[in-house]
Design a protein around this ligand. Structure first.
Ligand code: ADP
Ligand code: G6P
Length: 539
């Protein structure tokens, strides 16, 4: 054939990130299996990797190397290989310094404008350099002629330049999934220049928003004294530019829309509606009315045990009154997050508590399903946050609960996509109120699960998604009173008005899916590398 003497070049995409799309479940005896990871990166790129057979994903295995013997590591590798993933194994002190330390105790807070939480520690910086080097070494034998490498996120900011030294002509992209802070904040990092030099090894450097891209360019100008041209191109060598641009990430809209209609999600939704008394005439609603009637009756009798407290307005009494008044359908509020201090969970809980206090007519009538999975538990800030959230939920439930109604259902497990979509679908209101967030996919997932339906989104103005989802109830997540009011209005909005707002936002999310995001980034990468060089041989 005509290929007989030709060199066959199979071009592949190699995705490199700290977190792989799946992580290990099970043990040596029961056998190892893999489960989907939680987090924006895995959600956004996972579907691309699944359908593109020419795509390989390299990342940290997420397990402690010290805990497994050689035979076990071999079977773990095989399980990953079946999913076209190459796991890297790190020792305990490498994980502590590079992941828990520099990535999540230095860069994460700094990039999310929590500079007061950022720890500047030379030893974790040393480990970060070391592990980025380990990634480069692991990639060296994997990268072939014709491949493209796409590096993800703040864990691997040194890797682009380390790979560039090995492969001067390798087409390479880097994307940041979190905000890039203003130069005034960024410059406080003692190793600010080293990280910029590291990232500039890539041909294309992507951010979620134009603002983050601008912050990056200003930092390069301030700290490295290199100025980009009007097209965001930073001259690196005589024949190479590093180009900076914004690529807002999306979700697989149809997947969420479809999954919300699956049998399991529908069953979950129905369960939530029954428990919260949202379905009129159900057992819970009846027992609530019976409870309030009984209390109202007791209140009217003299000399009952509670008469010491008769000067106080008992919530049961309010409920009895409102039950007698016009029927008010019960409502469900939902949220889905990793337990992360950037997500604004305590602030949100305070606003929910404030709403129950300010609008007591919601007592017994609104139930909040709070799904919050513990994350990065080896970092102190995250452990403290978990304690704070546990306490606040306890306080609110203790203060406002009735005998047969609990205001907050608090779930700290990580759930698979079907039940998550069931929770989204059950929510009359979703509270998505991060203090800072690169994009936030949860807001988009909620809207996809309400395709063609009503359902209100209360959204922080501190996340990338607020640029696109302008019809949501936009709030300042630090303003308790404003959040309380927004939640109240979101609960009261008419279904027609809610649908009208959603249609506009859904159209935008549908037009910018995760698949389009990857395609746009990779097309742009192809373009900038072709423009820069006629000869793209690897070495
Ligand atoms: P981040 O990337 O900071 O975690 P995003 O909102 O961008 O925030 O993405 C979070 C992703 O992880 C979403 O796809 C969401 O569905 C998923 N997720 C978050 N928390 C949970 C949870 N408790 N259980 C299951 N999935 C979750
Ligand atoms: C964010 C980061 C991702 C990370 C995810 C989950 O989305 O941008 O890189 O994977 O959070 O965090 P974790 O530390 O568990 O990987």
């Amino acid at each position: 054939t005509f290929l007989d003497d030709a060199e066959v070049v199979v071009s592949r995409l190699i995705i490199v990130s700290n977190r792989l799309p799946v992580s290990l479940d099970g043990d040596a005896e029961r056998g190892f299996s893999l489960r989907q990871n939680v987090g924006g990166l895995a959600t956004a790129i996972g579907p691309y990797h699944k359908v593109h057979r020419d795509c390989l994903w390299v990342g940290w295995s997420g397990i402690d190397l010290d805990k497994y013997d050689a035979e076990q590591i071999r079977s773990i590798r095989e399980a990953y290989a079946r999913r076209r993933c190459v796991p890297l194994f790190l020792a305990h002190d490498e994980v502590a310094g590079y992941y828990s330390g520099f990535s999540n105790d230095t860069l994460w807070p700094l990039f999310h404008d929590f500079s007061h939480e950022a720890v500047f520690e030379p030893s974790t910086w040393g480990m970060y350099q070391h592990v980025n080097r380990l990634f480069a070494q692991a990639l060296e034998p994997l990268v072939h002629e014709g491949d493209t490498v796409w590096i993800q996120d703040y864990h691997l900011m040194l890797l682009p330049q380390m790979l560039r030294e090995r492969f001067p002509r390798l087409p390479m992209g880097w994307f940041l999934h979190v905000p890039f802070p203003s130069p005034e904040i960024y410059r406080s990092l003692p190793w600010n220049r080293e990280l910029l030099d590291g990232v500039l090894g890539a041909d294309l450097i992507g951010f979620h928003t134009v603002d983050y891209a601008r912050n990056f360019l200003s930092s390069v100008e301030l700290l490295l004294h290199i100025r980009a041209d009007d097209e965001g191109r930073i001259p690196m060598t005589t024949d190479r530019y590093a180009t900076v641009d914004a690529f807002p990430i999306g979700i697989d809209y149809d997947l969420y829309k479809r999954t919300a209609r699956s049998t399991l999600a529908k069953a979950m939704k129905r369960g939530i509606e029954e428990v919260s008394g949202k379905r009129p005439g159900r057992r819970y609603a009846t027992s609530l009315t019976a409870e309030s009637n009984a209390v109202a009756e007791a209140i009217t009798k003299e000399g009952t045990w509670w008469s010491h407290y008769a000067h106080e307005e008992l919530p049961e009494l309010t409920l009895a009154r409102s039950a007698a008044a016009e029927y008010k359908p019960n409502k469900v509020v939902v949220s889905v997050d990793r337990l992360d201090y950037t997500k604004g969970l305590p602030e949100r809980l305070k606003a929910f508590g404030r709403m129950l206090e300010k609008y007591p007519e919601w007592t017994g009538h609104v139930t909040y399903y709070l799904l919050a999975t513990p994350s990065r538990e080896n970092v102190d800030t995250y452990r403290h946050l978990k304690e704070q959230v546990d306490q606040l939920v306890g306080q609110i439930n203790g203060r406002f609960s009735l005998l047969s109604w609990t205001p907050i259902h608090y779930i700290t497990r990580s759930l698979p996509i079907k039940p998550v979509c069931g929770i989204y679908a059950a929510g009359d209101v979703a509270l998505v109120t991060p203090l800072r967030d690169g994009m936030n996919l949860v807001a988009k997932e909620y809207l996809a699960c309400h395709d063609g339906r009503d359902g209100s989104l209360v959204l922080s103005d501190m996340c990338g998604a607020a640029n696109e989802l302008t019809e949501a109830f936009i709030v300042n997540p630090y303003d308790t009173e404003a959040m309380c009011e927004a939640l109240h209005s979101a609960l009261e909005i008419s279904p027609a008005e809610s649908r009208r707002r959603n249609i506009a936002m859904q159209a935008r999310i549908k037009a910018r899916t995760a698949a389009q995001w990857s395609a746009t980034f990779l097309d742009a990468l192809g373009q900038v590398t072709n423009e820069g060089l006629a000869d793209r041989r690897l070495r």
